[in-house]
Write a protein that binds this ligand. Structure first.
Ligand code: C5P
Length: 202
């Protein structure tokens, strides 16, 4: 079958990841969580690597591991994500993945605007900052992390601000993206909305 790309963008903890995985399974498409690319580079920078070198030498193995999910790595990811040369280095891999035969779902911040502006379907998944912080706080507690709701909320707000205000590929909804606000939706309701939006174009 021909390439069919679904681009899913939005801020942290809006439900993008869960929705993307569900959609990929539902439509039998490959899935790439592009945040992992920036997290893997950020993690290497935390251990002293040069960001561009880390981006150039990234391998599939670097995208594995629970440590990539930590708040510290998320901040480091957001730091390297402002660097145009790092973004440029990661661009071709994402584009090739997006146009692979059989179709693909990519989730991130700039998929519908920069990586695949010609994507057949674009979704922008968002939710109120307090709701997203509450979800992330519960996840962190469940994983044994010691933190407070206030700390998580500040992290969420700071990361949104940095991701939205950077000069290169800022987080913004594509003009033709379908907006899904998950603030008052259960995960299954959000997935149903996403599937309905995609079925119009699939
Ligand atoms: O989505 P996730 O929280 O894993 O992303 C980590 C960070 O990577 C984001 O805060 C953002 O700075 C960066 N990112 C990006 N572009 C993407 C995906 C992630 O700049 N497509």
């Amino acid at each position: 079958s021909a390439a069919f790309t679904i681009a899913i963008d939005g801020p942290a903890a809006a439900g993008k990841g869960s929705i993307s995985r569900a959609i990929a399974a539902h439509f039998d498409l490959a899935h790439l969580d592009t945040g992992l690319l920036y997290r893997a580079v950020g993690a290497q920078v935390l251990t002293g690597s040069d960001p561009l070198r880390a981006a150039q030498n990234l391998t599939a193995d670097d995208l594995q591991g629970d440590s990539l999910r930590s708040a510290e790595v998320a901040r480091a990811a957001s730091d390297v994500a402002v660097m145009p040369e790092v973004r440029a280095e990661l661009l071709e891999f994402q584009r090739r993945f997006a146009r692979r035969e059989g179709g693909a779902v990519l989730d991130g911040r700039d998929i519908g605007t920069v990586i695949v502006p010609q994507a057949e379907v674009k979704l922008f998944v968002t939710a109120a900052a307090e709701v997203r912080a509450e979800r992330r706080f519960k996840e962190l507690l469940a994983s044994g992390a010691e933190t407070t709701f206030e700390q998580v909320l500040q992290d969420v707000i700071a990361r949104d601000a940095r991701d939205s205000s950077r000069a290169t590929a800022p987080m913004v909804a594509a003009q033709d993206a379908v907006l899904i606000d998950t603030s008052d939706l259960t995960l299954s309701a959000a997935i149903a909305q996403a599937i309905a939006a995609i079925e119009k174009d699939f």
